[in-house]
Design a binder for this molecule. Sequence first.
Ligand code: KE4
Length: 432
Amino acid sequence: MSTKNEQLFLQAKKHIPGGVNSPVRAFAGVGGTPVFIHKASGSKIYDTEDNAYIDYVGSWGPMILGHAHPKVIEAVKQAADDGLSFGAPTPFETTIADKICEIVPSVELVRMTNSGTEATMSAIRLARGYTGRDKIVKFEGCYHGHSDSLLVKAGSGMLDIGEPTSKGVPADFAKHTITLPYNNPDAIKECFAKWGNEIACVIVEPIAGNMNMVIPTQEFHDTLRQQCSEHGAVLIFDEVMTGFRVGLGGAQAHFGIEPDLTCFGKIIGAGLPVGAFGGKREIMQCIAPTGGVYQAGTLSGNPLAMRAGIAMFEDLTVDGFYDELASKVDYLIDGIQAAADKHGIHLRSNKLGGMMGFFFVKDGDTATPQNFDEVSDCDIDAFNTFFHGMLERGIYLAPSAYEAAFMSSKHSQADLDATIKAADAVFAQMAQ
Ligand code: KE4
């Protein structure tokens, strides 16, 4: 007897490739059948049979205030009543732009897009147009969306299907993309020594979230900033995931680095389709209509997404919001780690602000992974066992060992304790 999710998955596959509209949702990395979701509220998502799950994916980061936050929903309802899209400027876009520039000092001008992919793709075109150079530098295991130049040794769902470099990307495209090992200052220096004056930009996840969560060293970031400045390359921080997630000012505030451009997404739309890229006025002014680098979007700055984001920022900027979010993460990680230690499970974790990651290393001497190779050496089977054990107990983690986990302000003490209890039971089983 097939389950409801198996039936829904079968139906979905009739007319949707792999039954999903984004590969990571297909459970390719963990095996089994994806859970089809009917609704969500606060810290929980509900499948089509009304089974509740405590959700640590949060639509891959946007749901920092929890699902269906009343203030956000009301803003969207009011926006909808006023019409869905005009293809003309609205004051709401100005409000969001002002708010982002107020919160993130490195951003002087910002352009809205409809996804993180569009934001990073546009930032790279802008860097190439501004410098007149072709080469770009990215890092192994980092994922910046699915534009051609960036699908080279990338992370996220590409790792689940074992294709870190996508088919369909012409060699002529890929040859301009230099991929370096993440968190390796020497590799950056060697690269710039060889290609320095040909490099248009370096794009980096300042804290990686697409090879699971990896926090690089301050030296990595200082070296990046220094080398880009010395060689006239544009430093692009892809904060689609970390922006307003690891802290109000994002990863750039944490490391004290001023990138030349920053890409945003996810949280700024509060769950509606939004991306953005922004940075130094001198560079951003090269974007049409003020400059010759073309970039556009029918629904960019959509009023529903803007008004949802405005409502959300009201809560994010309340004093203590991120301290409280981080204390929830600390409590959860400490509890799960204690349970793992009790059962002799070799668990490691990373955390910052409202973001966290779990790794199952091969033995007790292995440290928390610091780069893609060390992440790849982790026990993926152990993660998959953990994932399914938690899912069976009503805890929804990202269906991939290469993804991070996200906390919301709506996760209650009861949610956290239930999650720790579930982990303890799964570890007890794994230890047998
Ligand atoms: P989107 O085009 O999916 O809105 O954003 C692409 C993107 C860009 N940069 C970073 C750092 C990102 O994490 C992402 C998207 N993240 C994945 C989750 N790892 C989205 C989930 C999915 O692909 O379905």
